[in-house]
Design a binder for this molecule. Structure first.
Ligand code: FAD
Length: 291
């Protein structure tokens, strides 16, 4: 099922992101965690590709398992930046033949040490190159792209970032998912600007429940997200008490989602980080709203 078809109705939907194991030995535990999340029947699940320390080897295996065993639509992530055309063609064919219809087309982060390399020799420089490749494959994929309400860290100018985003969408993105953010006003402002720039595809806001204090630093490093004072106070007050921090982090994410729903957003993606208990608690908090 193409996930864009899920967003046509009036109902609110929640989807969850999971990541593949970093090592072979972690495969079974990650598979179990993703199955526990699938049992909660989210609208769809995305599986990252080589992000957050996860390997790219298991993305498809995890995605296929969720789709086949639990009938939850899946979105397989794919990056292109350090890949050859041959590898990318092979991956696209693997996704197509596995029956997965949704692909998140990403550039990926520039590998360490290659920041100053001559990029003109690379097969893929930007995510738009992968979007074009997916289109050229002839497979009828539903294609997603990433977007950044607080600007991509390599961009210095939001106008320029949005101009490149528009080119990426015009090349064939059917929807966009945002980087995490902790202040909804940043998203509302971003949506206003991209709509003004002529980007009309659905935009799915990504919300990250921060459930332990260590995650905060990693999240800021990864996303460069602005931390509102309300959020900082919560980490200051509860950061040293794991159970309290988890409860407060879930409540903060729940609040963010309710505010998004109240302001016209119908579909939210949760960076659930392979944590079924967190996914379950958020769904429970929103049970009447989602029904
Ligand atoms: P792009 O769209 O190519 O943009 C990257 C930068 O290049 C931006 O600054 C953009 O403005 C600029 N740019 C684009 N086109 C041009 C052009 N023609 N000329 C000049 N500049 C240009 N990483 C992973 O490794 N695996 C994952 O599974 C993964 N999942 C993600 C999911 C989401 C929802 C998000 C938001 C990010 C994810 N990432 C993942 C991280 C992502 O790979 C990085 O943020 C990466 O640095 C940029 O990827 P992109 O696809 O947004 O790149």
């Amino acid at each position: 099922m193409k996930i864009t078809s899920l967003w046509k109705g009036e109902k609110f939907t929640l989807s969850f992101e999971v990541f593949p194991p970093k090592t072979d030995s972690a495969f079974e535990s990650v598979k179990t965690a993703t199955e526990e999340i699938a049992k909660l029947k989210p609208s769809f699940m995305s599986v990252t590709y080589g992000a957050g320390g996860g390997t790219s080897r298991y993305t498809l295996e995890i995605a296929k398992n969720i789709l086949k065993k639990y009938n939850v639509p899946t979105l397989a992530h794919l990056t292109c930046v350090s890949s050859t055309k041959e590898t990318v063609h092979k991956k696209i064919e693997e996704i197509r033949s596995s029956g997965i219809e949704n692909v998140m087309a990403l550039r990926g982060d520039i590998p360490a040490g290659m920041e100053d390399a001559d990029r003109s020799k690379w097969d893929y420089r930007y995510a738009i190159d992968l979007v074009r490749e997916l289109k050229a494959s002839g497979a009828d994929f539903c294609i997603g792209g990433a977007c950044y309400p607080e600007i991509h860290p390599e961009s210095t100018d939001q106008k320029e970032d949005i101009r490149h985003l528009k080119e990426k969408v015009d090349a064939g993105c059917d929807f966009l998912t945002t980087q995490m953010f902790f202040d909804n006003n940043l998203l509302y402002n971003f949506l206003y600007k991209i709509r003004e720039a002529g980007i009309t595809v659905p935009v799915i806001p990504g919300v990250m429940p921060i459930t332990n204090a260590n995650q905060v630093e990693r999240a800021i490093k990864l996303s460069g997200s602005f931390m509102p004072q309300r959020f900082k106070s919560l980490v200051d007050r509860f950061g040293k008490n794991p159970a309290a921090m988890k409860q407060a982090g879930i409540a903060y994410a729940t609040d963010q989602i309710i505010d998004l729903f109240a302001n016209g957003i119908k579909n939210v993606h949760i960076y659930s980080m392979n944590k079924p208990d967190v996914a379950e608690r958020i769904l429970r908090n929103l049970s009447d709203i989602l029904n």
